[in-house]
Design a protein around this ligand. Sequence first.
Ligand SMILES: [Ca+2]
Length: 417
Amino acid sequence: MRYDSVVSVPLQAGDTRESLAQAVGGEVLAWNDEGCAARMANDCNTLIGFNPKLSSAGVLNALSGRKVKVEANKDVFSGGGKITAIANGSIAIWAGGSIAIWAGGSIAIWAGGSIAIWAGGQYSPIPQNNTLWQQIKLERAQQLAPHLGKGVTVAVIDSGIDLQHPAFQGALTGASTWKDFAGGDNVPQEEGITGEGAYGHGTNVAGIILQIAPQAKIMPLRVLDADGSGDVANVAQAIRWAVQKGAQVINLSLGSTENSPAVQDAVEWATAQDVLVVASAGNENVGRITYPAANAAQGKAAANLLSVGSVDPQDLKSSFSNYGAALEIVGPGEHVYAPAPDGRMASWSGTSMAAPMTAGGLALALGEKLKVPVRSLTGAMAQTAGNIYAGEANAAYAGQLGQGRLDLAAFLGQTIR
Ligand SMILES: [Ca+2]
């Protein structure tokens, strides 16, 4: 059921699911194990959804004076991004795990690199993205990180994915880790109509991650409806679920103009355990990025939370990308080709497409032996980013597009053995 309000509650010794649910008059939506309060006092909190019978003060009172943050369960999270091209039937071969070939285009072969492997068979990085891959030095990065993300789980908290798409066969985590929080079941399948709303958004995002780290596993979690919006309770629950089910990286190609305490608590809980969270900056072309990305540069989650904006193939700010002091890095987010529902391929534009470029890069690093602690990875990714402020480039946005444009080769050169 859908709750009107949510509250994130710091745990105390002796708390149980039942005792907290009863105190608030709601349901515990996300729960740490019983020993959590004793083990990690500061980061141990739980999430409760409820329909207020008590006032906020009453809830506070029922929770014996702890510092809690009651908030309305608003539908404030949005995926954003726009579909820009659909390869409607022009893909010659998808199924069977063989190389994807565009009927109408030539296939570019990586100069020196091996062909990336998409689950179940051979796969060539989609040639329409070659300019973008050169921009972020993907070919070199995949040579530096030959495990290609093997053994790394990336949660895609989004509009779901097309679970039947050939591109994802063998590339997903076990079905027991899947969840559709928006639909209230265990099947996070994209729902909708091609070209409308968010249909295809999560499929594109997951497909970008797999082009960068083809051996990583995707954990599909659906929080956005077909219209692209999602509520606080679902986003906060999905983040906690991802951590509990073993995700090492969480991709949030979504954001809100409001700072949700419940979502921020979930992000802080994840990052405290060195789960890396990347979040898109939003697509309104304003000097203020969306939450939770806006909390990436300072605060408790900062070390393991990365905010990501978008640039064009020439490293100029994308016309849609938000910007600001809280933005840490930019990546290419225009016309990014990836799988689309119904066995298709499509390109999308948005900061939503730039974020998974960084998530895939983090998965490449985590698949190798690191020479730095996990909690310095997102910082290193920003620090090694390529300069985008030379000359007059991006002059109007000096210092507001982060430290630069994602450079996966430089990032891996500094972080893996
Ligand atoms: Ca950060």
